[in-house]
Design a protein around this ligand. Structure first.
Ligand code: FAD
Length: 647
């Protein structure tokens, strides 16, 4: 941290990143011959930039990384300070008059014997050894089998290693292990254990009840039933943090919603309002419609690969190739048109990343693109529920006896090696059951936090590993009053725009839409690589970033800050870890997908574990009705088994 006597950089500058050319390697060593050198490069080249700090007007912070960091820590403050001044002057001296710093403060994490560095990362060696964070998190047992030494810390977190929240979660995890150890053991038994009380779990429970079977228990990790349905109430109306719309008819949930008069006439649409660029340019309607039509047509063509032997590697490959082909086939279009078309294409790409809940479209299988099926008219694509999705869950729960579910009861281990399946749950609770319907999300299952004894069959494990699962984020901006006159703002970026600061995550927001039944609220949709950053920021900062970007796009500095921000956190949710699933090129290669996950796991010819959930539905994956139906189906399969053997 270099504290200068005054701020010598411009107000709108947030920092300087340094790029070196080959010739300068030697020059740097000759001109500043102090400190370590490796492979012909001075330690100074590992300082990749200097950046401003919020709230500290005269300070620049430099980041030093790489092989020489440890040796740099041993240099005197004076050498480090002079070295930093040398590079600042070398890169910026021609433009700015840079005064010497008043003081330099630096970190020495490696020299600190209590840390020896900053944080952990996965190495090629750990891959080779198949050594994971979960291995490190396994407690050591004494001779009597009792846990004696437990490990927590960022390095033991399977997905949030290297982060403060990962470290915190790991501490909670291990403390919970000890609490469980000392909780007095309890045991319950039931004929069927249903893991998870989301739509799939409720679908299974409803089916058993309809068949006259009441001897089941829903074991739900969180403190409520509904899973990825999460309705909250604001201003007397609903906001959905999870599932938003009912998609289509001819399914149980739609029938139930109709019977109970839950569906309103007003249907929603996506991608409405104005398409506006970060320089304030508003795209002409005809242009927006034209690109929408072209992209829509290409994606429709992609559906044909479902019956084809030959298919492209991924949706991304097909979409990009065909879109470029379209531009090539229309050489009369001028340069400006092509540029705008590519900018709008980028919006569609972002939209599809969100819609498919993936990182990138290259993770989405082109072969299976046509498998998703929608039944209904255009107006039934995005149906709104009068009192929110929770009202549907509440109706389902009316017929499920309260004592049939245990909340805050995560299942940690399933031992299906014997006739009675043993489920170890948090709180030293053991459930003995004959059959299990397991409905945790693919995101949860991928973490391997639920242990299976014996391990799951190869094809089941392979399917869990191969299916894609990532996130969707929603950001509700609540304003004092409505200041917009359009139905939404779709954000189109000039190509290659990088904000280059803390707000970079906003590049992954498709736009801000109006919200059904809420006059003064806008909702931002985000996916891809921006979502984890968004989830990690506090609401206030998220709100400020969103409004700053809206001000930039609409060229209107008077847009007010929101009075409240509400955001979803599905990736951080330890029992879900994202939004929904998709099939991937890895599934194509391995010949697996929802149907292979639907095959029951057996022991001695008896079906023991049935997986259910949105990811287990061949054609309605990613939806609530698909999840419900998969639960119904797997319960139905178990009932068939009972009938066949008169059980
Ligand atoms: C932001 C967002 C928007 C969406 N929009 C729509 C939409 O508009 N329309 C639509 O149809 N669908 C939408 N979906 C998808 C829909 O919500 C899901 O497909 C559906 O709710 C999944 O139900 P499920 O039962 O398969 O899984 P879940 O709802 O995830 O239920 C599984 C349950 O298992 C519990 N669990 C996990 N691990 C354990 C364990 N070890 N022990 C005990 N319990 C455990 C979890 O807490 C969870 O409650 C959206 C989802 C998100 C996140």
């Amino acid at each position: 941290f270099m504290q200068f006597p005054y701020k010598w950089w411009p107000d709108d500058c947030t920092g300087f990143s340094f790029i070196w050319n080959e010739e300068d390697h030697l020059v740097a060593i000759n001109e500043f011959p102090h400190g370590p050198v490796k492979d012909g490069k001075s330690w100074l080249q590992d300082i990749f930039g200097f950046y401003t700090i919020d709230g500290d007007a005269n300070i620049l912070m430099g980041w030093n990384v790489g092989m020489l960091t440890r040796e740099v820590e041993l240099l005197s403050d004076d050498v480090v300070s002079k070295g930093c001044q040398y590079i600042l002057n070398k890169f910026l001296g021609a433009k700015y008059n840079i005064p010497p710093p008043e003081s330099v403060t630096r970190t020495k994490w490696y020299s600190n014997e209590h840390f020896r560095g900053s944080f952990s990362y996965r190495t090629v060696d750990s891959d080779k050894l198949n050594a994971t964070a979960e291995d490190l998190a396994q407690p050591l047992l004494a001779n009597n089998g009792k846990m004696t030494l437990l490990f927590a810390g960022e390095a033991t977190h399977p997905c949030f290693y290297s982060s403060a929240h990962g470290a915190l979660e790991s501490g909670v995890r291990e403390a919970q292990r000890i609490i469980d150890l000392y909780a007095s053991p309890r045991e319950k038994s039931c004929r069927i254990a249903i893991i998870g009380g989301g739509m799939a779990g409720l679908g299974a429970a409803t089916t058993f009840l309809q068949a006259g079977i009441e001897d089941f228990l829903i074991l739900e990790a969180s403190d409520k039933l509904g899973g990825r349905v999460d309705t909250i109430y604001l201003n007397g109306n609903v906001l959905e943090l999870g599932a938003q719309w009912l998609h289509g008819t001819s399914n149980y949930l739609h029938r139930l919603a109709e019977e109970n008069n839950l569906i309103v006439d007003e249907a929603s649409e996506e991608g409405v309002g104005i398409y506006v660029r970060n320089d304030g340019y508003i795209f002409e309607d005809f242009m927006v419609k034209k690109i929408d039509f072209i992209v829509g047509k290409i994606l429709e063509e992609c559906e044909n690969f479902v019956d084809s032997e030959k298919y492209p590697f991924s949706v991304e490959e097909f979409l990009e190739e065909e879109f470029k082909k379209h531009l090539r086939d229309n050489p009369n279009e001028d340069k400006e048109f092509v540029e705008k078309a590519l900018e709008l294409y980028d919006w569609h790409y972002r939209f599809q990343v969100i819609d498919n809940s993936c990182h990138r479209l290259k993770e989405v299988s082109a072969k299976d693109w046509g498998k998703y099926s929608f039944i209904g008219t255009d107006r039934q694509k995005h149906m709104n529920l009068r009192n929110g999705y929770k009202s549907l869950v509440d109706i389902l729960l009316k017929s499920i006896p309260e004592q049939s579910s245990l909340l805050e009861t995560p299942v940690l281990k399933i031992d299906y090696s014997k006739a009675k399946i043993r489920l170890d749950c948090r709180g030293n609770l053991t459930i003995l059951a004959d059959h299990v319907i397991a409905t945790p999300s693919i995101g949860f299952l991928k973490q391997n936090l639920l242990q299976f004894q014996p391990p799951l069959p190869d094809i089941t494990r392979k399917t869990i590993d191969s299916l894609g699962f990532y996130g969707i984020g929603k950001i509700y901006l609540v304003f004092e009053e409505k200041w917009w006159k359009v139905d939404g703002f779709q954000l189109v970026w000039k190509r290659n725009t990088i904000l280059g600061d803390d707000r970079d995550w906003i590049r992954y927001v498709s736009g801000f839409d109006t919200v059904f039944n809420q006059t003064n609220i806008l909702v931002g949709w985000i996916g891809g690589d921006g979502i984890e950053k968004m989830e990690s920021l506090c609401e206030e900062i998220v709100g400020i970033h969103c409004v700053e970007v809206l001000r930039m796009f609409l060229q209107d500095p008077s847009i007010p800050l929101p009075i409240k921000v509400i955001k979803s956190t599905w990736i951080s949710n330890p029992w879900v870890r994202g939004a929904y699933s998709h099939t991937t090129p890895a599934c194509d290669r391995a010949g697996c997908g929802p149907s292979t996950l639907a095959v029951p796991v057996t022991m001695d010819g008896v079906p023991k574990i049935f997986f259910a959930g949105e990811a287990v539905h061949e054609s309605h994956f990613s939806t609530t009705h698909g999840a419900f139906e998969s639960g119904e189906r797997q319960a139905g399969n178990l009932l068939k088994f009972f009938r066949r053997y008169k059980l």
